[in-house]
Design a protein around this ligand. Structure first.
Ligand code: KG4
Ligand code: ZN
Length: 345
């Protein structure tokens, strides 16, 4: 137990295929160690059983590394925080079990964190070099491998889900498109890279229209598959000869769709503080287009550093810091929630 006035929290994130631990001291990130499991590449997607086994093998080493980098001992910890969900149950159990053990052994509070709130709260990470955080209320478009949603953020603890995908997440759509093109998993960043050298208006794709600014990505993915099958039947080298243009065109299409609905919500709610979060927020095309659309709409745009977009424990730590200040603690009956709305937590 930490007997001086410092608030030092160890945060653990193990919801999918990244094992990550961070130390936050008085609201400032001291370390953020991320271990990315490469074993899933061979399967073209995350295999839950493999993910949980690797979390189990790695997590104690990652905690040790996070403590060492922050120059903090276990005895100095004020609390331990962990992702409760949403995510893969087996993966979440590993982080939660370790966090509970530490809480019990060190007699320090346990704090549970909603992963979707944490992606948004990445905007509040302080690490000595971070930018201004958005004022409340603001809109956040969270785009990850498992989720696509527009959230109205009312306060540190109050989130309203305004729109979301009705089927695939946008990151999943990027990864499936990459797979169709023969790129490695997860392919979102590879599409991003190829798109930089391509013509984004060369190929056209359909835009789904759903009520209430909700999204759908399964139709885009299927249309893309049929387009590739048709072109490859005519020219077997179609993909390799046009990879950059294909990536630029589909990426442009997806970004246009994401921002079109975000703009509609912004107009409806009259909120001009606009943020993005989640793994796909690392996409350079989305970051550029958001800034451009922001200029057109008079938005103030907030974009986290790329390292805080993809899964990381720093974002868990920042939520934990606010929860600690408000004495929002969990207890040893904590269990994982595979499905967990951004509005709860
Ligand atoms: O937030 P995240 O790390 O994990 C989840 O909570 O899902 O997001 C992972 C997703 C993957 O689908 C990955 O392909 C995508 O984010 N991603 C990208 C980029 N970097 C990661 N998608 C497009 N462009 C990128 N640069
Ligand atoms: Zn995530």
């Amino acid at each position: 137990m930490n007997y001086n006035n410092d608030i030092v929290i160890l945060a653990i994130e193990s919801s999918c295929d990244d094992t990550s631990c961070a130390i936050i001291k008085n609201g400032v990130i001291q370390s953020n160690i991320i271990f990315n499991q490469k074993e899933h590449q061979a399967f073209g997607g995350v295999i839950p059983e493999i993910a949980s086994r690797h979390h189990e093998n790695k997590i104690l080493y990652i905690i040790e590394e996070a403590l060492q980098k922050a120059n903090v001992s276990l005895q100095q910890l004020s609390a331990v925080a962990v992702t409760k969900g949403p995510g893969l149950t087996g993966s979440l159990i590993v982080g939660i079990s370790v966090a509970k053990s530490l809480s019990l052994a060190l007699q320090i509070p346990l704090i549970d964190v909603n992963h979707m709130q944490a992606h948004i709260m990445a905007h509040f990470i302080k690490d000595g070099t971070t930018l201004n955080h958005p004022p409340f209320p603001f809109l956040c478009l969270t785009v990850s491998g498992g989720h696509t949603q527009i959230v109205k953020v009312n306060s540190h603890f109050d989130f309203t889900l305004v729109a979301q995908t009705q089927d695939d997440a946008v990151g999943e759509c990027f990864d499936k498109i990459a797979k169709i093109l023969g790129l490695e998993y997860p392919g979102g960043s590879l599409i991003d890279k190829a798109a930089k050298n391509g013509n984004h208006v060369k190929y056209k794709f359909p835009t789904p229209k759903l009520p209430n600014n909700n999204y759908s990505f399964s139709g885009i993915k299927t249309a893309f598959l049929y387009f590739i099958q048709k072109e490859v039947a005519i020219n077997p080298n179609f993909i390799s000869e046009n990879l950059n243009d294909i990536c630029a065109s589909i990426q442009h299409h997806i970004i246009f769709y994401l921002l079109k609905n975000l703009e509609a919500v912004s107009n409806q709610l009259n909120i001009k503080q606009i943020a993005i979060s989640g793994g796909v927020a690392a996409n350079s095309g989305l970051r550029y287009s958001l800034n451009q659309r922001g200029l057109k709409n008079n938005w103030t745009v907030y974009i986290p550093k790329s390292e805080y977009c993809t899964d990381n424990a720093a974002m868990i730590a920042v939520v934990a810091h606010f929860k600690f200040l408000n004495k929002k603690f969990s207890n040893l009956s904590l269990t994982p929630l595979a499905r967990f709305s951004v509005e709860n937590g």
